[in-house]
Design a protein around this ligand. Sequence first.
Ligand SMILES: [Zn+2]
Length: 454
Amino acid sequence: MKKVWNEKQELLSRAEMEKIRIRKLRKQLKYCYSHSEFYRRKFDAIGFQPEDIKSWDDFRKIPPLMDKEEERQSQKESLERFGHPFGMHLCCPPEKIIIAKTTGGTTGIPTFSYSFTQHDFDRWNEGTARVFWLAGIRPADRVLFCFPLSGGWAGSIVKTPLQYMGILCLDLGAETPVEKIVEYTRIIRPNALMSTPSFAEVLIETYDKMTGRPVSELGIKKLLLTGEPGVGIPSVRKRMETAFGGKWNDYLMINSEGFSSSCIAEEYQGLHEVALDLSIWAEDLIDLDTQQPIEVKNGAIGEGLITSLDREGLPLVKYRLGDVIQVFTDPCECGYPGPGYRIKHLGRLNDRLFVEGISVFPIAVRDVITSFIPRVTGTMRIILNAPPPNVTPPLKIKVEYGAGVQPNQLPDLARDIEGKMLEVYRVRASVEFVPPEALGRVTKKTPIFEERFQ
Ligand SMILES: [Zn+2]
């Protein structure tokens, strides 16, 4: 059995890959300049010509060119002027787009980042197949697919690479009642699950309620759970893996780029980049405050800019996602042979809080809380009494205490959690407890904030 999906591309040395990338990058930038008014305007505004890019350093010096808000503006302009929603950064005739999927759309106009020409669709399937292969998916697997499928959301596009790989995808969608999913699963016997961690939790609980038996008897051994933190927290991961009797891998394709997956290593090592020939992400880091390029060395933290390679319809160039990542350049213990670095996703830049000037990401708070499982359930909210990012201390955290915890044990538990927040992050916190399951369970994305302001 092959070790990677695409042995021709993934087994190249870093030096060989760099040569391919710089060639593809120059080609992509030239293409963007000559095929899109948006990019021409952008490049001209900073006095830059695609021919100026001779080296990696030349490229790194270009400032960020686009973000979500600008993508929306670009879409608005193309809708008004040309009657299509793909944006002024579209580089091909709109009729070449054969798939148009939106991201989230939870705030503002949805963006059509997951819109592909046939060429881009093939490219997407190829990049994602590498991701799924590293995450452990193989021919003959049966994959239960439970992301939201409705409303044109990009979730449904995540399953097409399975068909490209020749793998059976049982797409039920997270909208299906969980009881129905359980019934179906017992008949058709998938051995892999693709969903959010929250959905997997609901499946565990529903199965227990319906049958009184552990969910492990369903035979789901491969857990490809993504979209929320959790896999990097040993206690959370262990609980999930024990419940199913399987292995949890997470993966990421961010804004239809940045193909990456976690690996077989015992301890979580972050996401391996598996398609350096298709996009640039971890190697183009900027400082969180100054937006200046920062050196990409082991452990570096910054915002990664996305640039597409070999994309025909909607290539991204120096795109700011607003995601904070940590990059690891040292070899991973798993032995993955590819030339890519590893990435840990630290959270959204917008979610960053400042408590007395100390910056803290919600994911870091969650790490502290979940380290107290089973004394807590792991479900929590950060309470915001005023609009973020500035928080007047103490940082208020609402926490579900664990099932076996007695009321008289709560003061000690609060003291332990608050002590750890202070010790690890130098942040004064104040914990408020609620009973297990009081914060509810959702099959989509679990919120991290509880906003108590207008
Ligand atoms: Zn690894």
